[in-house]
Write a protein that binds this ligand. Structure first.
Ligand code: T5A
Length: 218
């Protein structure tokens, strides 16, 4: 039976780092793990990622941005995530539906109800079994994100990092508001050391014994 886990948070909160560690943790237990990122994970998704994250492209209307994220997600869910869950894999996604509520809803100011409806339409109602919200001050995350971008030799994906601090604070508040409404969202303090954050995530997973039995495929 498959298990669907997502990681969320502001820029540079440490999702990629923690996903790599959690993947190894599950693999050591003999589980087949697929890790993905949004936007991306499919040929279409990776092409659209270039449009969405590169700040040299023309300004993107907030509603157009919403549709692009949902298009990537629909493709990823139907072609990759659902088949992998059907095969019994652990699927770990770097961002999913909550990013769209936090960024396009709370950050850009689009209607939250409409964003949620779009999420449901794109995913066919697929909801993660658990979501780790790595929470830290935007100043902490942005400093890390810029250091990572400056050290990277790949495409310069800095369109969101260039948003002002008020935008990032709205996104963070959006995430925290979501976490109060959704019990599946577990808030983890992301300001600490990498190994202790990983330990906390593993503790949460181990306490949720139903993970061994439950299928979250809808
Ligand atoms: N977006 C996405 C939307 O607007 N709507 C949507 O629906 C979706 C799906 C994605 C962008 O798209 C937006 C949100 C985003 O702006 P991205 O490049 O995937 O863009 O950006 P992020 O997901 O934010 O990726 P980052 O790489 O910036 O952040 P991560 O993955 O959270 O952080 P990570 O692990 O790469 O760490 C960053 C740096 O910090 C260090 C790492 O070594 C690395 O150098 N680090 C730590 N340092 C100190 N202490 C710790 N605890 C550390 N953890 C990591």
């Amino acid at each position: 039976m498959g298990l669907f886990i997502t990681f969320e948070g502001i820029e540079g909160c440490g999702k990629t780092t923690q996903i790599d560690l959690l993947k190894k943790y599950f693999e050591a237990k003999g589980r087949d793990v697929l890790s993905l990122r949004e936007p991306g994970g499919t040929e279409l998704g990776e092409k659209v990622r270039g449009i969405l994250l590169n700040s040299s492209s023309e300004p993107i209307d907030a509603q157009a941005e919403l549709f692009l994220y949902e298009a990537c997600r629909a493709q990823l869910v139907s072609r990759i995530i659902r088949p992998a869950l059907s095969e019994g894999k652990v699927v770990i996604s770097d961002r999913f539906i909550d990013s769209t509520v936090a960024y396009q809803g709370y950050g850009r100011g689009l209607d939250i109800g409409s964003v949620s409806l779009m999420n449901a339409f794109a995913t066919g109602g697929l909801i993660p079994a658990v979501t780790f919200l790595l929470d830290c001050e935007p100043e902490v995350g942005l400093k890390r994100a810029w250091e990572r971008i400056d050290a990277s030799t790949g495409p310069r994906e800095d369109r969101f990092e260039k948003e002002n601090i008020i935008f990032h604070k709205k996104v963070r508040e959006g995430y925290l508001s979501l976490s109060r409404a959704e019990p599946r969202i577990r808030v983890v303090n992301a300001s600490g050391e990498i190994p202790s954050i990983h330990g906390e995530i593993c503790d949460i997973i181990n306490k949720m014994r139903e993970f061994d039995r439950k299928s979250d495929i809808k």
